[in-house]
Design a binder for this molecule. Structure first.
Ligand SMILES: C[C@H](O)CC(=O)SCCNC(=O)CCNC(=O)[C@H](O)C(C)(C)COP(=O)(O)OP(=O)(O)OC[C@H]1O[C@@H](n2cnc3c(N)ncnc32)[C@H](O)[C@@H]1OP(=O)(O)O
Ligand SMILES: NC(=O)c1ccc[n+]([C@@H]2O[C@H](COP(=O)([O-])OP(=O)(O)OC[C@H]3O[C@@H](n4cnc5c(N)ncnc54)[C@H](O)[C@@H]3O)[C@@H](O)[C@H]2O)c1
Length: 257
């Protein structure tokens, strides 16, 4: 299916899964808005894609910046956005009771702020804009929203309380948001990735990566970020898929450690 009528916001598109998704959608004819922090590699990604993309430095937790990004997207591509993909996210590893005492409350709040509140901030403002436009996707939808959870929403390891909470919240809000937006013909789905080869995964301690690598049943390897982008494309193209969280994980079930 051609994605030539797609105007997509992809957050976190300066790196990893978001970057791969932006590249794939643009290859299939979409216009792509790369939303990421000013300090990210958004410019580099934009230059790699070319004129069908724009980099709009944005912190997903900031209401004014996200509103500005949506207007800039529209001015740049001459139409309202109809796809929003939340890939911006951060991870931490800290035990509830660690060697230095109780989990830092500031760290817990930060992870929830970026991963959960940031995703909700982007999707609520994107939905507002989508709902005001005529349906423009080949499926007849006004819009498609895709969030990124994690397998850690279901089987978080030791040290993943904050990260798992932030991702479990995304899984939990997927169905009610799909129900909320059904009258506006906007579909909402979430992908729960397993282990993908990105800078975020590479930042984990080497022994954690090695232990995890050995537990992917099949295919026994890390996911390719383009396989995540492919799942986003499938969700956009399949007009009956709504309110669902899809694990994309080679059948991994993470052990406690
Ligand atoms: C990113 C995507 O969304 C997908 C994912 O979620 S990928 C899964 C990511 N998993 C993680 O990030 C695990 C997070 N947890 C940790 O890194 C650690 O548990 C921690 C840093 C919080 C605590 O570590 P530490 O204080 O050493 O805890 P402790 O319980 O004493 O650990 C004992 C040993 O087990 C190791 N260990 C702890 N958790 C481990 C894990 N998940 N995998 C492998 N080894 C682990 C420690 O490195 C330590 O090894 P050592 O004795 O050789 O130093
Ligand atoms: N890589 C994996 O194995 C894996 C597995 C499961 C879930 N995930 C999730 O997928 C998403 C993408 O992860 P990735 O591996 O591509 O990570 P990554 O670190 O490569 O990319 C994340 C991007 O998000 C951006 N970002 C962070 N905070 C932001 C903010 N406040 N505003 C805007 N942008 C911000 C970063 O600058 C970065 O470019 C994350 O939500 C992550 O939790 C990743």
């Amino acid at each position: 299916m051609s994605l030539s009528t797609v105007i997509a916001l992809v957050t976190g598109a300066g790196s990893g899964l978001g970057r791969a998704t932006a590249i794939r959608l643009a290859k299939h004819g979409a216009k792509v808005c790369i939303l990421d922090l000013e300090s990210s590699k958004g410019t580099e990604v934009q230059q790699g894609i070319g004129n069908s993309s724009v980099f709009i430095p944005t912190d997903v937790t900031n209401e004014d910046q996200v509103k500005h990004a949506i207007s800039t997207a529209e001015e740049t591509f001459g139409g309202p956005i109809n796809v929003a993909i939340n890939c911006a996210g951060i991870g931490i590893a800290e035990k509830t009771l660690g060697k230095k005492g109780a989990h830092s409350l500031a760290n817990f709040e930060k992870v929830l702020k970026v991963n959960t509140i940031g995703s909700f901030n982007v999707l609520r403002l994107a939905a507002e804009r989508m709902a005001a436009a005529e349906p423009s996707l080949p499926t007849g939808d006004r819009g498609v929203i895709i969030n990124t959870a994690s397998v850690a929403a279901y089987d978080g390891q030791i040290g993943q309380a904050a990260y798992s909470a932030s991702k479990g919240a995304i899984v939990g809000m997927t169905l009610p948001i799909a129900r909320d937006l059904s009258k506006s013909k906007i579909r909402v789905n979430t992908i729960a990735p397993g282990l993908f080869k990105t800078p975020l995964l590479a930042s984990l301690p080497q022994n954690v990566i090695e232990a995890l690598n050995m537990t992917v049943p099949y295919p026994a390897r890390l996911g390719d970020p383009d396989e995540y982008g492919q799942m986003c494309q499938s969700i956009i193209e399949n007009g009956y898929l709504n309110g669902e969280t899809i694990r994309l994980d080679g059948a991994i079930r993470m052990a406690p450690k």
